[in-house]
Write a protein that binds this ligand. Structure first.
Ligand SMILES: [Fe+2]
Ligand SMILES: [Fe+2]
Length: 204
């Protein structure tokens, strides 16, 4: 039976059990990385509109996404300020970089926009799972940790909606059966990638 942490998501592989304790004991590092993930999610939404200007149906959903991701960025940077932690420069994100390479490679059969929508769908889905994991890990902690647990639960719900939006947009440009098949393939590719990467105190 699929775990509750993967419920509603296209993922077939759970985050390593080593990640939550590592993240919990390095919360400042995780929050810094997380803030930049939100920034990059907004930037990806802006990038899609510029890269596919002929697809005007993207405008409204992408503007809504960008606004929500920037709100998340503000919320996480506010938390960092409260903790007296400087944001610092954006870190590299090998997971996202490699996943984009793997899923946007030529010849997946669903077209350039389809590939970009699917890769973003998976990044949102994995973020949703990580937020759920972190929320559970923090729920029995001190007051500050419990507050953070609630915050991550709310963010997990938002990222879960984002995965669905990207999937639904892909179904507007490709036949839904083709999209479902591609999601199944992509889930295996994503799982292999996740297992190949070291467990680190970062969001992905
Ligand atoms: Fe977000
Ligand atoms: Fe998101």
């Amino acid at each position: 039976m699929a775990s509750a942490l993967l419920e509603g998501l296209p993922l077939i592989c759970e985050t390593s059990p080593d990640w939550a304790p590592l993240a919990k004991s390095n919360l400042d590092e995780v929050l810094k990385d997380h803030a930049w993930c939100e920034y990059k999610a907004a930037s990806a939404g802006l990038g899609l509109m510029a890269r596919f200007p002929e697809h005007e149906f993207l405008h409204r959903p992408m503007v809504a996404l960008v606004q929500e991701e920037m709100l998340h960025f503000r919320q996480v940077t506010d938390l960092l300020k409260k903790r007296n932690v400087p944001l610092g420069a954006p870190p590299t994100d090998p997971y996202v970089k490699k996943l984009r390479g793997l899923l946007c490679a030529q010849g997946s059969g669903i077209g350039g926009l389809g590939d970009h929508l699917i890769v973003n769908a998976f990044i949102e889905a994995r973020s949703c799972e990580r937020f759920r994991v972190l929320s559970v890990a923090l729920q029995d902690g001190n007051d500050e940790e419990q507050e953070l647990s609630g915050f991550y639960q709310r963010l997990a719900d938002a990222e879960g909606r984002h995965w669905e939006s990207f999937r639904d947009l892909a179904m507007q440009v490709c036949d839904f059966k083709v999209v479902l098949r591609r999601i199944e393939e992509a889930a295996k590719i994503e799982a292999d990638l996740l297992r190949s990467l070291p467990v680190e105190a970062r969001m992905h």
